[in-house]
Design a protein around this ligand. Structure first.
Ligand code: ZN
Length: 125
């Protein structure tokens, strides 16, 4: 994109011509560079992707591990702690209830992260 008045090249997104100071055609010059940005942006995105299957598998041996994998570290640790306390305080069967919940929750949260949904450190299911 060049200046309409002096024909000097305008930097992308420029509001006015750096050479003569004439207002640049902002509305038409700004959009073209933007669609190209996502093509370079996806590089950091794979780190945000979570595998629901892996999150569930991690919850199999250790309750809360799948939650930690999803980035919900405190929630995962508390889930494990609460499970241990309730197993001793109430009944060993409590373990399997929390185990199932933890596995299902880890898979659901990983799916939400993948879908781009807002997941707070305390989001359940
Ligand atoms: Zn100019």
């Amino acid at each position: 994109m060049n200046c309409l008045y002096c024909d000097s090249p305008l930097p992308p997104g420029a509001v006015e011509c750096p050479n003569c100071g004439a207002p640049a055609p902002a509305e038409s010059s700004v959009p073209p560079p933007q669609p190209q940005m996502p093509q370079f942006a996806p590089a950091p995105q794979p780190t945000r992707k979570k595998s629901p299957l892996l999150a569930e598998l991690l919850s199999f041996p250790v309750i809360g591990l799948g939650q930690m994998y999803n980035g919900q570290v405190i929630k995962g640790a508390l889930l494990l702690l609460v499970t241990v306390i309730l197993v001793f305080a109430i009944h060993p069967m409590v373990f399997w209830i929390f185990w199932l919940l933890a596995v299902l929750d880890a898979g659901r949260i990983a799916g939400k992260i993948n879908a781009g949904e807002t997941v707070t450190p305390w989001t359940f299911f």
